[in-house]
Design a protein around this ligand. Structure first.
Ligand code: SF4
Length: 272
């Protein structure tokens, strides 16, 4: 008999839940960019008149939603110029990163943002800083010349472990460094919870959008301990993975709805 254990901390984070609740109050809106990296949840929103857009023309009549991971100051300026009604669902924990960066700049630091430079959150943070350096990994870090005084921050969903390694690397080489780990607490808890569970099961299933950075990080963490599979929906499950395995762990990214995880648990439970 299969024992399916769902991680203590997983699924929709507080910031995504909050954003969805705000959007729910509007009958119809345009959502600027990917609200969350989860096709299934986005599909449900679109069915309810909440449309994802990647450009604005100024002719839109509906309010424009800034997603939980924020946007750039340039985009905000454009929305204002077009006199669009802005519904800002930026997570307060992302706004906090803006403030941390700004206060480090006031202390004379050049900001180094550790994260994915193509991610909307990182673009939003960078747009608020004077001349930030953005790096994603050790290779990129080794190829840059470090300024004298650096303030290090990171994307809210960045891996804590990797952040510590990169921040340590800079601290050993630069003259003056101030490190602020700005990973958000729901992300920290999800990563810790996934690592703990992965050490006590025979297989881990990590659920979330294939493009979701926080889900990819979870899969990276669990695969260090046990055979792990990153899937989006129950349809991606393969019965073969579970042959001879009875202890099964499940975790999911910050934009995964409960019903998706429940469906997956049901399907695994029915495997022989
Ligand atoms: S992952 Fe963290 S920062 Fe991002 S929306 Fe959720 S709580 Fe906010």
């Amino acid at each position: 008999m299969k024992n399916i254990i769902v991680a203590e901390d997983q699924g929709f984070c507080w910031g995504v839940r909050r954003a969805l609740e705000i959007i729910d109050k509007y009958e119809t809106v345009n959502i600027f960019g990917d609200l969350i990296h989860n096709k299934q949840v986005v599909q449900k929103l679109e069915e309810k008149g909440k449309k994802i857009v990647h450009h604005v023309t100024g002719k839109e009549k509906k309010p424009i939603v800034v997603t939980a991971h924020g946007t750039t100051v340039e985009n905000l300026e454009l929305f204002r110029q077009f006199k669009l009604d802005i519904v800002d669902t930026t997570c307060p924990l992302v706004s906090k990163i803006y403030h941390v960066g700004e206060s480090l700049e006031e202390k004379g630091c050049r900001i180094m943002i550790i994260g994915d430079k193509n991610h909307v959150e990182v673009k939003g943070i960078a747009s608020r800083m004077k001349n930030p350096i953005i790096i994603e990994n050790e290779t990129e870090l080794k190829n840059i010349e470090l300024p004298k005084k650096i303030g290090i921050i990171c994307q809210s969903t960045y891996s804590q472990e990797k952040f510590n390694i990169l921040a340590g690397f800079v601290s050993e080489r630069a003259e003056e460094v101030i490190v602020r780990n700005t990973t958000c607490s729901p992300t920290k808890k999800r990563q810790e919870s996934a690592a703990k569970l992965a050490q006590n099961v025979e297989i881990m299933i990590v659920v979330g959008g294939f493009h979701s950075s926080n889900t990819k990080k979870l899969a990276e963490i669990t695969s260090k301990y046990v055979e792990s599979y990153h899937i989006e929906t129950a349809e991606d499950l393969n019965e073969e993975w579970f042959k001879g395995k009875n202890e099964i762990g499940i975790t999911s990214g910050a934009s995964t709805a409960d019903w998706i995880v429940e469906e997956i648990c049901r399907k695994i439970g029915n495997f022989p």
